[in-house]
Design a protein around this ligand. Structure first.
Ligand code: NAD
Length: 258
């Protein structure tokens, strides 16, 4: 029996990267798991199946495109009694503000910020009714600091930190907490996708791009890992973290200390 046995965790955007790492760590503590993405591939069900087998928990995959507010709310309703909500789904686009495509701006705000509002709104009534809930928003170092050419992402992630604080204040008198985890760079498909363009732009090899560009602001010069983010999520669900609410936890190798 793990410390989270009997709890149901919904992790948005969890068929890959950080979300999958978080889902696995929660399952390792006995939580039942809902995996989500917008895709409809056999691999998605397989991911849930593998988690179920490996950790002996109930796990399933639910498709929902979190760009759509109705699908965000329907996902929570379909998931069941969500005790742990991890708002993780996110995308990136890099361009100067004057060239930033409006559709990319809208998609990033919808997926990275508004989806967390809709899932939280849909999950809170059940958490209040059961008197317990943990909401963990996966923000970013870009929720606390900015970088050029990432206007939508930085705006959305700062918004997530604001939403986290407001959710925490509204739930403060109940055993419901809401916190944001702010990772620096983690080597996931989202970051991997930025490497080829950066190599071409600066005429650098991969190793130089990783050290000089991606990890330039990460003093440890190491990527954070999905396991570290998952284990921090587990900590935020523990009794030791009962009084931790409305705050941010950086996992960024010292980036925000600069
Ligand atoms: P990833 O690309 O591996 O995963 C993103 C997940 O979001 C995938 O499961 C994808 O299917 C899902 N997703 C995308 N659009 C969706 C939509 N419309 N509906 C439902 N799901 C959708 O990326 P990642 O690096 O694991 O990123 C996960 C989160 O962590 C994001 O919010 C990202 O901003 C944040 N983050 C990542 C890093 C990093 O360095 N990788 C750093 C800080 C914060």
């Amino acid at each position: 029996m793990g410390t989270l046995s009997g709890k149901l965790a919904l992790v948005t955007g969890s068929n890959s990267g950080i979300g999958l790492g978080v889902a696995r760590e929660l399952a390792a503590q006995g939580a039942d798991i809902v995996i989500n993405s917008f895709t409809d591939r056999p691999e998605d069900d397989q991911i849930a199946h593998d988690i179920s087998n490996e950790y002996n928990v109930f796990a399933r995959y639910l498709k929902a495109d979190l760009q759509n507010p109705d699908e965000c709310r329907a996902l929570v309703a379909e998931a069941g009694n969500v005790d742990i909500l991890v708002n993780n789904a996110g995308i990136q686009h890099v361009a100067a503000i004057e060239e930033f495509p409006t559709d990319k701006w809208n998609a990033i705000i919808a997926i990275n910020l508004s989806s967390a509002f809709h899932t939280t709104a849909a999950a809170l009534p059940g958490m209040y009714a059961r008197g317990w809930g943990r909401i963990i928003n996966i923000a970013s170092a870009h929720g606390l600091t900015a970088s050029p050419y990432k206007s939508a992402y930085v705006a959305a992630k700062h918004g997530v930190v604001g939403l986290t604080k407001t959710t925490a204040l509204e739930t403060a008198e109940v055993d419901i907490t809401c916190n944001a985890i702010c990772p620096g760079y983690v080597l996931t498909p989202l970051v991997e996708a930025q490497i080829p363009d950066t190599m071409a732009k600066y005429e650098m090899d991969r190793e130089t791009v990783v050290r000089e560009v991606l990890l330039e602001r990460q003093p440890s010069k190491q990527f954070a890992t999905t396991e570290q983010i998952g284990q921090t999520t587990v900590f935020l669900c523990s009794d030791a973290a009962k009084q931790i609410t409305g705050t941010t936890i950086s996992i960024d190798g010292g980036w925000t200390a600069l």
